[in-house]
Design a protein around this ligand. Structure first.
Ligand SMILES: NC(=O)c1ccc[n+]([C@@H]2O[C@H](COP(=O)([O-])OP(=O)(O)OC[C@H]3O[C@@H](n4cnc5c(N)ncnc54)[C@H](OP(=O)(O)O)[C@@H]3O)[C@@H](O)[C@H]2O)c1
Length: 332
């Protein structure tokens, strides 16, 4: 197939950004060692930012977003990969300033590519996608900081979103007791099915207060929200507890004091799933493929086609996402 379909975002004369399905040819793809036939991509908050023209994510338009892709190698000039290999690409520059996974073809450096682990299908790898990899990294960091099932409640914020719901599912599979913070009480049942013991309104965490610390509540936390919410989590972690911070949907600002750090010995663990070494991604993919795999991974996702992509990206951008969205790039 010399021509293939890709979802390209452009800036209109009025300064508004919109996406359209276009025909592209392989010669238009960026240079790279490995050409991949994409089977599935997935939707992440960063894709919604790119598709809405956010220049902190994507500097130049027209652009094909999609920070995740899974598919089969068509050709490779690096002998680490051969035609037919099933592979996953997440992060690095894919979909940011390199043409991304909302396309039937990508061409990328071999150093960005993970072989699909046994125990995962291409579709399952995209149900996880960057969101799942990030949730896995958060949990890995919490466990390495000493968190164990039985230590007490673990809070997950942005619970109905991609990172949140996968974090809940993995933590539940590992035997942790989870409290889920959400704005969407109508999805309470879904969060309980995913493994939350308790569902809390997110307004409980988002109000600013001047107290340096609060009652000790959480043995650990996964936070995708940042801002005042993260500050309130720091104030209410139990002695020695840790929060893995990976997101900023509320705010990137952290207006905190050192008090809970120096009086309760708490830990703020930063999580990046984009630029870490490929080996670190592979370690998490291996865990996600077997021991950490939630019972109903498919139940966490909505499968969409190109025709539904624009609306789904808006849903994410507006904070209304529920679970994971995967894009079947074979269907228009
Ligand atoms: N560090 C990394 O490497 C990395 C990797 C992946 C993602 N991230 C970041 O993690 C965050 C979540 O990503 P995602 O893919 O899970 O996004 P998502 O699917 O859009 O989910 C985000 C969820 O956060 C909640 N939320 C939205 N706006 C909010 C607000 N103003 N205040 C509080 N909560 C709000 C909503 O859940 P409820 O309605 O249930 O509260 C929403 O569904 C993003 O900031 C993303 O950039 C970072």
């Amino acid at each position: 197939m010399s021509q293939f379909l890709a979802y390209q975002v452009s800036e209109g004369d009025d300064g508004a950004y919109s996406g359209a399905l276009i025909n592209q040819s392989v010669s238009e793809l960026p240079q790279g060692e490995v050409l991949i036939e994409v089977h599935y991509s997935s939707l992440n908050y960063k894709d919604a930012l790119s598709a809405s023209g956010n220049r902190a994510v994507t500097r130049q338009f027209p652009h094909v977003p999609g920070i995740d892709a899974a598919g089969r190698v068509i050709e490779s000039s690096d002998n680490k990969f051969a035609a037919g290999d099933k592979v996953i690409v997440t992060g690095y520059d894919l979909g940011m300033n390199t043409s991304g996974g909302f396309s039937q073809r990508i061409r990328v450096p071999s150093g960005w590519i993970s072989a699909l682990p046994d125990g995962l299908s291409l579709k399952e790898s995209m149900i996880y996608g960057t969101a799942g990899l990030t949730a896995g990294l958060c949990i890995d960091k919490l466990i390495n900081s000493g968190l164990q099932p039985g230590d007490g409640k673990v809070l997950v914020t942005g619970a109905t979103g991609g990172v949140g719901i996968i974090a809940i599912s993995i933590l539940a599979a590992l035997g942790f007791e989870i409290s889920a913070s959400t704005s969407k009480d109508e999805h309470r049942e879904k969060l309980i099915r995913a493994g939350a013991a308790d569902v809390l309104d997110r307004s409980l965490f988002s109000e600013k207060n001047s107290k340096p610390m609060g009652k000790e509540e959480w043995a650990g936390a996964v936070d995708v929200v940042g801002g005042v919410t993260l500050v309130n989590i720091l104030k209410t972690l139990r002695r020695g507890g840790s929060v893995a911070a990976c997101g900023l949907v509320e705010s990137p600002v952290l207006d905190a004091t050192v008090m809970p750090f120096i009086l309760r010995g708490i830990n703020l663990l930063g999580v990046d799933s984009v630029e870490i070494p490929l080996k670190s991604k592979l370690d998490i993919w291996n865990k996600l493929s077997v021991e950490w795999k939630p019972k109903d991974l498919e139940g966490l996702c909505t499968e969409i086609n190109f025709a539904q992509l624009s609306d789904s990206l808006d849903t994410l951008l507006n904070g209304n996402a529920v679970g994971r969205y995967i894009l079947d790039v074979a269907s228009e």
